[in-house]
Ligand binder design. Structure first.
Ligand SMILES: Cc1cc2nc3c(=O)[nH]c(=O)nc-3n(C[C@H](O)[C@H](O)[C@H](O)COP(=O)(O)OP(=O)(O)OC[C@H]3O[C@@H](n4cnc5c(N)ncnc54)[C@H](O)[C@@H]3O)c2cc1C
Length: 444
């Protein structure tokens, strides 16, 4: 484990002993120390059906353990000292600072859930969400780099790579290599499996031809997980995931998008021309790519939910002191009942969004199905975060409209929450399908 998280963990092991004796945890409740945390995870690793949960007491999902709170404080300090001073410059230049990426690695923030044996931080998914939320409060663009790398790319390798691939790539991903997840194409966005990128079997290797669009982290990445169809006649069951090194001569990073928000995060078009990929670089099996994509994105969506609540909290943290400094008609703005009712309502919405995110995260750590809960979390937190970013500008008046105050950037950055890792409509479609299943109306 790295310096920052290791020292945090060491502190935790002392601090949490006391908590252990006071606490009685259940389903949503967090673990209070390393030992307890392991047994907690083991309990849930073996849960196969929700019936087995009868033996476990449910607990509040927004009560955080001492480990989790200390992690939050540590990341908050890191974000304030290492990210905050660079936010404006990175946004203007539309670039992530290279030294900052190195610091993210050095502090264990790029191997959050990667096991310690591969040089990772060995944290839970819930802890990964805490990290993403804290970084998003300061810079949503940096948080998406951390989020895609950890909750999508690292997750896919952790879950589907074979032991040799894990040794090679998990170690790299935890220590110095940024990852990208390459599913979307010009003709394949919401219709995510209508891929035109092809993988042709050439005996001991595959050849990839085609193109990808909107690929986050592409400028920084050393590893690309690329989805291509190896058997188009089988439809989505031909989709296969390949691990492709950025040095592959058949891969070109083409256009870099000039975006409304999260400008420091690179989003690029990729072109594959006769890209040779050895068969040992297939992730999972030929034809299992669609499953890898769906399952990785389910976790990714909870991560985006964490990013969104981070943005909403970041807005509150800026606007609330201002509301209590600025006076009109001889009174603090924050004391007008018309304003109080608005911010109180927004706070309730943020709490509800946060509960959806952390409930889904804790369910994921418990090994439970999360398809519907991930959609709830992403859909609702994106709605709430956009409303709070917008209202915060209203509450600040003219000051909200200028770059100097900082709300303007949140307002630009928040919009992406409705789009990537499945648009709002796609989340609603997922929820609707799950409801039809619950009521037995899924078959026509
Ligand atoms: C900044 C950024 C970063 C991204 N990063 C990545 C990445 O790292 N990797 C990756 O693979 N992709 C990435 N994406 C792609 C992203 O996931 C897609 O943009 C998204 O899934 C939507 O696809 P689309 O843009 O083609 O929109 P479309 O699918 O064309 O959708 C347009 C509109 O139609 C609606 N719509 C479509 N189908 C339906 C339907 N059946 N019912 C109702 N409404 C529908 C949508 O909700 C949307 O409002 C990124 C995108 C952006 C903008």
């Amino acid at each position: 484990m790295n310096k920052l998280l290791r020292s945090c963990r060491r502190l935790l092991s002392y601090a949490s002993v006391a908590a252990h004796s006071r606490s009685n945890f259940g389903l949503c409740a967090p673990p209070s120390n390393e030992k307890l945390s392991l047994s907690f995870r083991r309990t849930f690793a073996s849960v196969e059906s929700s019936d087995n949960l009868n033996n476990v007491l449910p607990g509040p999902c927004l009560v955080f353990s001492e480990d989790e709170n200390m992690l939050r404080d540590t990341v908050r300090k890191f974000a304030q000292s290492s990210i905050a001073p660079k936010v404006k410059d990175m946004d203007e230049k539309a670039e992530t600072d290279k030294e900052l990426v190195n610091q993210l690695f050095a502090n264990g923030l790029m191997g959050l859930e990667v096991p310690v044996e591969y040089g990772g931080s060995g944290l839970t998914f819930t802890e990964a969400c805490i990290v993403i939320e804290e970084i998003a409060k300061v810079d949503p663009a940096v948080s998406v780099l951390v989020d895609v790398h950890n909750t999508v790319v690292n997750t896919a390798i952790r879950k589907w790579a074979n032991p040799d691939q894990k040794k090679k790539w998990l170690t790299a991903l935890a220590t110095d290599t940024v990852g990208s997840f390459c599913l979307s194409e010009a003709g394949s966005g919401s219709d995510a499996f209508a891929l035109k990128t092809r993988a042709s079997d050439k005996g001991d290797h595959f050849v990839i031809d085609g193109g990808k669009l909107w690929i986050s982290n592409a400028m920084e990445a050393g590893l690309f997980i690329v989805f291509a169809n190896a058997n188009p006649e089988k439809g989505h069951k031909g989709i296969t995931a390949f691990i492709i090194d950025s040095k592959n001569p058949g891969l070109t990073i083409a256009k870099k998008e000039d975006k409304l928000g999260i400008r420091a995060s690179s989003t690029c078009e990729l072109v594959f021309q006769n890209a040779k990929v050895p068969k040992e670089d297939i992730l999972g099996e030929v034809g299992t790519g669609y499953k890898i994509a769906i399952e990785s994105l389910n976790e990714g969506r909870i991560g985006i939910g964490a990013q969104m609540i981070g943005i909403a909290q970041g807005c509150f943290d800026l606007i609330f002191p201002y509301l209590h400094e600025r006076k009109q008609f001889g009174s603090r703005i924050g004391d007008f009942q018309g304003v109080q009712f608005q911010y109180a309502k927004a706070r309730v919405e943020l709490e509800a969004a946060r509960a959806l995110v952390y409930n889904a995260a804790r369910m994921n750590d418990a090994g439970l199905p999360i398809r519907k809960e991930a959609a709830f979390a992403k859909y609702y937190s994106a709605q709430v975060a956009e409303r709070i970013a917008s209202k915060s500008i209203d509450w600040a008046g003219g000051m909200g409209f200028v770059k100097e105050f900082g709300l303007e950037k949140y307002y630009r950055d928040v919009k992406i929450g409705h789009i990537y890792e499945g648009t709002d409509n796609i989340q609603l479609q997922t929820i609707a399908k799950e409801m039809q299943k619950e009521y037995g109306f899924d078959k026509k």
